[in-house]
Design a protein around this ligand. Sequence first.
Ligand SMILES: [Zn+2]
Length: 240
Amino acid sequence: MKKISDIMLLWDLQETEKNMNKINKQYKSRTSLKDVEEARALLDGIERSLKALEEELNAQRKVLRRLELKGEEIAEDIQETNKQLYGGEVTATKELVQMEKKLKLLSEENGKLEDMVIQQMEKIEKKEKELLGKRSQEKETQESLKELEEKDRQESRKLKGRYRKHKVSKEQLEAKITSELLEKYAYLKKKAGFNVVAKVKGGVCLGCQVSLSSSTIGSLYTPGILITCENCGRLIFQQE
Ligand SMILES: [Zn+2]
């Protein structure tokens, strides 16, 4: 009876290996990992736009500083011209008229500059709001990424645990099966892939669904010999 029970163990080994393969596939294509990868890509995009926004904001602040410096220069110029004009130092009419003209031009320029400063400040304010929005989006995405990573860790642990259990069963089964049969099994598997052991039910090989000859069916009940299906070559045994 030893061989018959051996082939059943071989069947169990085959099923265990199939389960291990299935878990491996589940592990590689797990949705929790895809979710993590998506969140990471989203965060990358947000961080890139944050960097771009910060650079734009810096450039606009520089423009504002230049405008403000120009404004200070004009203000000084106006002050100086006023001092000359009303300080009593200049008395020639022609010169006074020229100075008044200069003063008028300066205050016009000053007015335009003030408008530009206001416009620039508004631009900066808008960018700052945009930046704040992006930063909160960054924070939200970071938090959701953390959650997704935790979920994925749990899922991984679960799958790895299941895989380990099957691996232990596989080792226990292999310890019970003769090395001769294990070698035969390994050889067939190398040649044909999975499902090299098949059950027989109602005289039909369940590996290839072909009816077996009566002599083959008869030998299924002979203890101690390995039977292969004459059609597909799988190792076969009578299903209990
Ligand atoms: Zn067959």
